[in-house]
Ligand binder design. Structure first.
Ligand code: SF4
Ligand code: SF4
Length: 137
């Protein structure tokens, strides 16, 4: 079976912020786990952005296991919003997106967003003068 990559956001309730779920994703589901971002404060809701690499079946089972513990799992793509109607194609976000997740379509002159390449660094959010990119994290 082919190896695939998935990016997800895990939201830990306060009582689970020290849970060992990520350790088990590696050990029990044979996944390569890359932590892209983490915001963990004791006794508060915690969020971690993960890149998981492994067999698709193992990723599904591993994430089911995580959810069964009471940890919310969301696809990373659900948390990025680019309001194309309000974008004026000024290009300022392109300069700061080192992942090249934002590109300019040379035909339409519209900004295009490739969710698969985004690592939620939020550089584009802070640089956009019109605030038309939002990352909820
Ligand atoms: S910085 Fe904002 S307005 Fe400018 S191209 Fe990027 S998304 Fe559009
Ligand atoms: S959050 Fe970072 S990686 Fe994602 S589109 Fe914005 S600048 Fe690019």
């Amino acid at each position: 079976m082919n190896t695939v990559t998935r990016r997800v956001i895990l939201t830990f309730p306060p009582n689970l912020v020290e849970d060992t779920a990520i350790y088990h994703l590696i050990k029990d589901y044979d996944l390569i786990v890359n932590i892209l971002r983490a915001k963990i404060i004791p006794k508060e809701i915690g969020r971690i952005v993960l890149e998981l690499r492994g067999k698709l079946d193992n990723i599904k089972k591993g994430l089911s296991y995580v959810e069964s513990k009471g940890i919310e799992v969301k696809s990373l793509a659900q948390d990025i919003q680019l309001n194309e109607d309000k974008c004026v194609s000024c290009g300022m976000c392109l300069a700061v997106c080192h992942q090249k997740a934002l590109t300019l379509n040379a035909v339409t002159w519209k900004i295009e967003f490739n969710r698969d390449d985004c690592v939620l660094c939020e550089q584009c959010v802070s640089v956009c003068p019109l605030k038309v990119i939002q990352v909820s994290f």
